[in-house]
Structure formats: structure tokens, C-alpha cells
Ligand binder design. Sequence first.
Ligand SMILES: Cc1cc2nc3c(=O)[nH]c(=O)nc-3n(C[C@H](O)[C@H](O)[C@H](O)COP(=O)(O)OP(=O)(O)OC[C@H]3O[C@@H](n4cnc5c(N)ncnc54)[C@H](O)[C@@H]3O)c2cc1C
Length: 426
Amino acid sequence: MDTVTLSKKLSVKKSYDVIVCGGGVAGVAAAVTVANRGNSVLLIEKSNILGGLATLGLVNLFVPMCNGNGKQIIFGLCEKWARLSAKYGYDTIPKEWKNGEPSEPTNVRYIQRYSPYIFALQLTEEITSSGADILFDCLACDPIMEGSICKGVITESKSGTELYACKTLIDVTGDCDVLRRGGIPTVAGENFYSYFGKMIDLASCKLAVEKGDIRYAFTGVSGGNINLYGDNQPQDIPKWSGLTVEEVTDYLVRNQHAMLENIKKDDRLSRDIAMLPLMPNFRTTCRIDGDYTLRVSDAYRHFDDSVCAINDFDHRFHLFEVPLRTLCRRDCPNIVTAGRSASGAGYGWDVLRVIPPAILTGQAAAHAACQSIEEKTAIACVDIKTLQRSLEKDNVMIHFPDEYVPEDRTVIIHGKNAVDIDGGHN
Ligand SMILES: Cc1cc2nc3c(=O)[nH]c(=O)nc-3n(C[C@H](O)[C@H](O)[C@H](O)COP(=O)(O)OP(=O)(O)OC[C@H]3O[C@@H](n4cnc5c(N)ncnc54)[C@H](O)[C@@H]3O)c2cc1C
């Protein structure tokens, strides 16, 4: 057999104002926001829990949500969820931030390391209480495109192949799976080794008992785990884009081999692996080629179409604004993205993709999608002041205050000047 032709007539199972493909933090934020506005929304998630990398991937840290002086930048649903995660799971919010922004300047940053699985259960509660519909264990496959307009999405699940119709679609699969299949321009990234699980061992269990705090029971175990900047990636191992089944498999096989080698050294009776990442831990697989691409050289720059202010997690004083144009394209009227598939380049993408900004861009994509239905216009063309007002009502900071900008505005990333890294902006 060389080829087969597949053809099947599908009827629309249900129609929604908005379909959200992918239930990572960006997707859950988007679906909750749409539902809160009173629009109908379906969230489609291919795994069995919500949260994506932030739960399934065991990336259980809200990176700093403030600048380096104790001024909070990230609010909105991210602030709500960071606090929520501390309510029934571990609470690692620094004492300076326990009651909100400290009254005195501090160099202690506002972070929260949480229990990934308890947070996942809380996200399910957030979704169901918002009134959004959800499908678990369901793959969003091809979008139905009429020209550049998306009319719906085909799903694969236990129920077989089905069709859901929508007025707007938010692709937050993290990998732009739906955008790519719809022929919308995207840009591939590259990934280093990045695979880690949670271990327990006799010493960590003893420490947890002594401290009366279960989080000390977990330690880390890594496969090939290279730092954020890719230092020490073995020269002979190609970087993975993560966009073909062969690459995903190669990444998982190599990382799992490396993890097994690491644990072979331990006494087998003294430890066990408690959690493994249940999705590939790729950071930057694929992003929309948006109408604007955020770069590190955009640090401290105000944008008229900003949908949120964000801070750099690794460099204390850098501040950015995220233009709506990073989430959409004018020639793609009713599809928008958010989270780690927003349009950023190099370290600009890194700043944009972590959990706090992913939640905020999820909120922004949701408001923009609903507003475009009301205004009968393309998502890229919605009235920006109205959008910003909706986000401000949701407690999102749109523009960072100028008094937070340091006198020395030089942007150095991992020892390099921003202009040398991305050639400045054009
Ligand atoms: C190694 C590593 C370390 C990191 N460390 C941190 C950190 O310490 N702190 C931090 O804030 N951020 C960190 N990040 C980044 C952060 O975790 C992610 O960028 C962020 O969680 C992305 O959220 P998202 O919703 O955009 O995408 P994802 O979390 O990737 O969610 C996408 C969701 O879509 C689902 N999906 C995919 N395809 C389909 C489909 N076709 N149909 C249906 N569902 C689909 C997936 O199952 C998943 O649930 C790290 C990332 C990595 C890889």
C-alpha cells in the first residue's frame, strides 16, 4: 500500500463563541476569561489534567512577579492563582509578600513554588465554576478554514472524529499546532536538554518530618538538564524543535536514558521517582509570526497597544510591555494565540513565555477574541482602549510606571548587551 484517501462527512456537534485549544495556564486563563464575560467557550485539552508545563511538566514555580525593588508588576489572574496555589498546597510566598506588595523597598522577589498536582485540580475547579465547557483527553486537530477565517476545529477523542464550530479560536497548544495546520505563518524555536522529575529519598522524607512540611520530601532528579541559556548542551546532540513526532520521541528517549543513568548510581532501597514530566519539557517549540515580535531591545519601551506589563524573571530590573500584535496577525482575523506561542525572539521570547506572562496573555487573547465578535472586526483591529479597560478591570497592569525604570537602561542578558544579541529592533 502506498497511499489511502480518507473522506468523511462530519456534522457540527456544537457551536461556541470561542474555542480554546490547549489547557495550559494560558488556555485556562483564556477560557475562564471568556466565560466570565458571558460568552460561550469550549476548552479542549489533550491530556487528563489542566496546567500544561506548569503541572504536567512539573514546572511548579511562579517566577518573580515584581521588579528588583519590591514593586509588583504582574497582577490579574496570575496573582489570584499564585495565592490560590498557596491555599491548599505548599506556600512558599516570601514573608515580605505575604500580605501583598511590601511597604518598604526590598530585593526579595515575589515568587511561589507550588504543588503541581494540587494546582492542577484547582485549575479544573476554576474552569468548571466559570461555566466554560471542557473536553479532556481530546486532541484539537485541524482547523476548518474558509480562506483566512477559522470556522471550527476537528477533534479526535474516545468519541471519534468530531467537529465543533466557533466564531473565534485561541490556539494555546504551546506549539501552535492548530495555527500551523491552518497555514498561518509561524516560526520554529530550538530546545536543549530539559527533563526533570521529582524524587523522594529517605533523607528528604526525614527532613520533611523534622520540618513538619511535606514539600521537603521532594528532591529533584534530572535527565539531561541544561540551563536556560543552553550552556553545556553536548555538541554532538542536535537541538530539538519539537515539531515532528520523530523529534519529540528522540528528545524523550535521550532524556529518559540520561535520567536512568543518573539514578542507577543511588542505593535502590533509599529512593524512588515520585513524579515524571508527563509532557515533553520543550520551552520554545513554535510561535506565531505575529504582527510584532518582542525582543530584549524592547525593554523599557511603552507600546500604545500594550495588553500587559511584565518583568524579566532572571534580570531584576528589566520591564517590558506586550503589544496585542504579538498575539495575532491582521491577515488572520479570528485566530489568536497566547502563552509560549506569542511572538517573541531570542530572550524576548523567554521573557514572554514563562507562567506569569502566559496567564496574562491568555486573559488578553480572550478579551480580544470576545471583543472582536462584538465589534465584528478582526482581532488585530479591536478598539485598543476598550480592550485595555477590560484588562484593567481584571486587575492587569497595562503600562509599567516610568518611575520603575532604572537610570541605567543598559540591557545585559547572560553577559551580553541586548543590541549585540538581537541586533536591535527594526
Ligand atoms: C524546562 C522548563 C523550565 C521552565 N521553568 C519555568 C519556571 O520555573 N517558571 C515559569 O514561570 N516558567 C517556566 N517555564 C515556562 C513555562 O512553564 C511555560 O512556558 C508556560 O507554562 C507555558 O504555558 P502555555 O499555556 O503557553 O503552554 P503549555 O504549558 O505548553 O500548555 C499547552 C497545553 O496544550 C495542550 N495541547 C497541546 N497540543 C494540543 C492539541 N493539539 N489539542 C489539545 N490540547 C493540546 C497540552 O497538553 C498543554 O496542556 C519552564 C519551561 C520549561 C520547558
